[in-house]
Design a protein around this ligand. Sequence first.
Ligand SMILES: Cc1cc2nc3c(=O)[nH]c(=O)nc-3n(C[C@H](O)[C@H](O)[C@H](O)COP(=O)(O)O)c2cc1C
Length: 430
Amino acid sequence: MADLSVTLAGIRSPNPFWLASAPPTNTGGQIELAFDLGWAGAVWKTLGHETDQIVNVSSRLAAIRGAAGRVAGINNIELISDRPLAENLSEIEAVKRRYPEHVVIASIMTGERRQWEELIRQCEEAGVDGFELNFGCPHGMCERGMGSAVGQDVAAIETITRWAKEATRRPVLVKLTPNITDILEPARAAARAGADGLALINTIKSLMGVDVDRFVPYPTVAGRSSHGGYAGVAVKPVALQMVASIARDPQITIPISGIGGITNWRDCAEFMLLGATTIQVCTGVMFGGYRIVRDMRDGLTDWMDENGFDSCSAFIGKAIPNFVEWNDLDLNYKVIAHIDEEKCIGCQLCYPTCRDGGHQAIKLPEGADGGHSVRLQGVAHRRPVVDEEACVGCNLCSLVCPVPECITMVPVDTGRAPETWGERCPQPAE
Ligand SMILES: Cc1cc2nc3c(=O)[nH]c(=O)nc-3n(C[C@H](O)[C@H](O)[C@H](O)COP(=O)(O)O)c2cc1C
């Protein structure tokens, strides 16, 4: 059976599944339960220096829902740990004593150099395996010059990462904020300063919605609100792009812990194929409980066995060579939509989407049906057909179609050799 163990920045982990710094890692008791259920690592809810005053508000979360009312994303206005530092440290010590093979990372955030050094020393004495510098939270702490205020300032990233590296010999990961223009800038700054690894993404600055009867944004605190940090399934595409961009950057050679919208084994495989060595989960556990790790473990193991991967290192980063610049895509490759007559239920959802938002390639044959009708709940419906000349292969109809495998995209022979934009319009040498 496939071996799930991984090593990130010298930290050995029995499997790649870690809990992200957040409510699921708030206390030692929670983390012990999570370890019993199969999580290999936990990044402790961010700790501040004992002099940092942390006061939370109520309420703290709001959600956006997708089809069938399922939560697609949440935003939160929670701060870092508001529990006494001494309590957290003694729980870290107890967890590490009981679970020496599991990974406990201290997520930390504070202000002055002396405070960073003291906090690092205290966590080290409690027995943590490494550190994660929280340069990411986009609410509450950044107004005090911490969190994303650091993550958006390349010089500050370098300075604080160097402070941390000088203060400890244990691995230091830098957790990045996605609230920037180009993720490579902060990632390279952390790498330059000697970080042993990167963790991303933290939450995306957001405003979830407005109570239209009371005229207050969500989540509401005594009739007011504030912007928060967006997380959950909806942020996964943002996270994947950032992880992959860092993973393929020749200037960055340190490992990555991938975070953002992960809920199942397939998400884990995708992050790892794009370069993550471990993955971290917050919202997925907040909504599904620690038990979701069973699906991750069983699913990833089965997938590895089916694909002949006996270790995680055999597939980490395997999709990176196929993640290229747009200029390197083949302009002469073409697919067109194909509607399976046996599967089509005549719902016609593809027709207005292609007409109004696509390229007018799906037609509804007029008049006598000529074989182009299908019975849906006893009523005859015209079945759409594809005008192959007009179809550009955008995928829209196959995304809209409610029947699995009914509309598929089929490659056609264009008779032209592969050619990229870079080849067609070469840029003059500088
Ligand atoms: C309620 C809440 C509290 C969080 N607190 C922290 C924190 O203290 N430190 C931190 O680094 N990230 C914190 N995060 C961010 C998560 O660790 C994670 O980066 C983010 O939620 C994206 O992952 P997800 O989509 O799995 O939730 C928090 C997220 C949520 C939803």
